[in-house]
Design a protein around this ligand. Structure first.
Ligand SMILES: [Zn+2]
Ligand SMILES: [Zn+2]
Ligand SMILES: [Zn+2]
Length: 423
C-alpha cells in the first residue's frame, strides 16, 4: 500500500478546484449519494490522486473588536504552519481543541476571502481525524477558558462562583451588545458608559438535585462527589440561560456542536442583566475562570430529529439534504419540498451549507404558508436556531460566504407568523 503523503494547506490553496482526499485510495468510505434529478448539474468532488493526511491544530475563532472589515464567521479554525483556514469537523471532541490532529479524510473548498478582495482562502471539511498523539484520545473533554498560570490568584471571588449541570438546548447567534463595563456590578445594557461586548446566549436545561444546586455543585466537583460519567439520579427540569461573553464568545462553534449533550459549566457568576429599562433577566455569565466539561460521548441524548410538523409556527428539529441555495444563502431548498429561511447573518456565514450537505436544524419554526398551488413547508430560523452539518457534500458546490445580507428577505420573513423573538 502506498504511504500517505502529507498535504499542506498552502498546497490546497493553490489548487484550482475543490478537492476531496483520504488516507487510503481509491475511495472514501462514504460512497457518493445516489444521483437525483437535482444534483445532475453538480459533479462529484475531484479526488486527490494519492493517499494523503493533513496534520495541524484545531483552534477556536478569535473574535477581535468588532469592526466592519471583520470577517464575521464563527467557524473552527485549522492551522498547519503553512496557512490557517476555516473548518468544520465531524465527530467533534472538546479535547481536540488546541491539539495536533491528523486528518485522514477531508474535503477542501477554496474561495475568495469576502472581506479581503482577491486573497484566497478556503473551507476544510474534516470527515475523519485522530489525535496525532494516540494517548490524547483518552483525555477528558474539559476546557478552561483562560489557562491559570502559576502565581495568579484564581480563587479571587471563588466562593461566589456557580456551576451548572445540564443539557444544551439552544445556542443563539453571536451578537454585539453595547454594555456597561463588568466592574460596575450589574450588566446594564442601557448604561451610558458602554463598551461593545461580543457574546451569545445558551439555554441549558439544568438539574437541581442535591448534588447539582448551583452553589453545591462547585464544592461537589472539587471534592469528587459529583461524577460527570454518572447520569443516574439527575433530572433536567430547570431552564437556565448562560451568557458566553467577551473571550468566551469564541466558544460559539463548540456550544453549537454540543446541542443535545450533557455538560457541566463551572466558574460562572450569576447576574441580573438589564435588557431594557423595565426588563431584566437573571443569567449565568462566563468569567475568565470558567471551565466547560462535556459528558462522555457514549450517552449523547438522542434528539428527536424529525418533529411532527403541524405548520403553525411551532418549534422543532429537522434534518434534510440541501438541494438548492438561493438569495445569497438566505433560502435553502431541502428535499421533500421543504424550504429553510435564514435571517441571521451568522447563519448565512456557515460555509458548509453547500448543495449536497446533510444539515440538521435545531429549534426552527415550522410554517405551512398554505399556498394554493403547491404543498411546501417553510422552516423559519430565529435567534435560537442552530444548524449542524451532519454530513459534508460530496459534490463540487460552492461555499456560503456572503459578507452582507440583504434585508429584503428579512422583511418578508417578519411578515410570516413566526413566534416573536424571545431574546
Ligand atoms: Zn469561517
Ligand atoms: Zn443532578
Ligand atoms: Zn424561535
Amino acid at each position: 500500500m502506498e504511504h500517505p503523503q502529507p498535504s499542506t494547506l498552502s498546497d490546497l490553496l493553490h489548487s484550482p478546484r475543490p478537492l476531496t482526499a483520504s488516507v487510503s485510495l481509491p475511495f472514501l468510505s462514504t460512497p457518493p449519494p445516489p444521483p437525483s434529478h437535482h444534483s445532475t448539474d453538480h459533479r462529484i468532488l475531484t479526488t486527490l490522486n494519492r493517499p494523503t493526511v493533513i496534520v495541524g491544530t484545531l483552534t477556536l475563532p478569535t473574535h477581535t473588536t468588532p469592526s466592519s472589515s471583520h470577517f464575521p464567521c464563527s467557524c473552527f479554525k485549522f492551522s498547519d504552519g503553512s496557512a490557517t483556514v476555516c473548518c468544520d469537523i465531524l465527530s467533534f471532541r472538546l479535547a481536540a481543541i488546541g491539539k495536533q490532529i491528523r486528518i485522514t479524510a477531508w474535503n477542501f473548498i477554496p474561495f475568495k476571502h469576502p472581506g479581503d478582495r482577491g486573497s484566497r482562502t478556503g473551507f476544510l471539511e474534516i470527515i475523519k481525524w485522530c489525535f496525532s498523539d494516540p494517548n490524547e484520545s483518552n483525555l477528558a473533554d474539559i476546557f478552561q477558558f483562560t489557562p491559570s498560570f502559576p502565581g495568579t490568584n484564581c480563587n479571587k471571588g471563588g466562593k461566589n462562583f456557580r456551576a451548572v449541570h445540564g443539557v444544551v438546548k439552544s445556542v443563539g447567534p453571536i451578537s454585539i451588545v453595547p454594555c456597561a463595563t463588568p466592574a460596575s456590578g450589574v450588566y446594564d445594557l442601557n448604561s451610558s458608559s458602554k463598551v461593545n461586548l461580543l457574546g451569545f446566549l445558551v439555554q441549558l436545561l439544568c438539574c437541581e438535585c442535591r448534588l447539582c444546586g448551583s452553589r453545591e455543585l462547585v464544592n461537589n466537583l472539587r471534592n469528587g462527589s459529583f461524577e460527570i460519567e454518572n447520569v443516574n439520579g439527575h433530572s433536567f427540569t430547570k431552564m437556565e440561560i448562560l451568557y458566553f461573553c467577551g473571550n468566551a464568545s469564541s466558544f460559539h462553534p463548540v456550544m453549537t456542536k454540543l446541542i443535545g449533550s450533557r455538560v457541566v459549566v463551572s466558574g460562572l457568576k450569576k447576574k441580573l442583566v438589564c435588557l431594557t429599562k423595565e426588563e431584566s433577566c437573571l443569567m449565568y455569565l462566563t468569567l475568565d475562570e470558567t471551565v466547560l466539561r462535556v459528558c462522555p460521548r457514549l450517552e449523547k441524548l438522542t434528539l428527536c430529529l424529525k418533529s411532527e410538523i403541524k405548520g403553525k409556527g411551532e418549534c422543532g428539529s429537522y434534518t434534510g439534504v440541501i438541494r438548492g441555495v438561493y438569495m445569497k444563502g438566505m433560502a435553502l431548498e431541502l428535499d421533500n419540498d421543504v424550504w429553510f429561511l435564514l435571517t441571521d447573518q451568522l447563519h448565512t456565514m456557515i460555509h458548509g451549507l453547500r448543495v449536497g450537505s446533510i444539515i440538521s436544524m435545531r429549534n426552527v419554526h415550522f410554517v405551512d404558508p398554505k399556498f394554493s398551488w403547491t404543498k411546501v413547508v417553510i422552516l423559519g430560523a430565529c435567534v435560537k436556531t442552530s444548524i449542524v452539518l451532519e454530513s459534508f457534500s460530496p459534490l463540487e458546490t460552492v461555499c456560503n460566504v456572503v459578507l452582507q445580507s440583504t434585508s429584503m428577505l428579512g422583511k418578508f420573513i417578519q411578515s410570516l407568523p413566526f413566534s416573536t423573538r424571545l431574546w
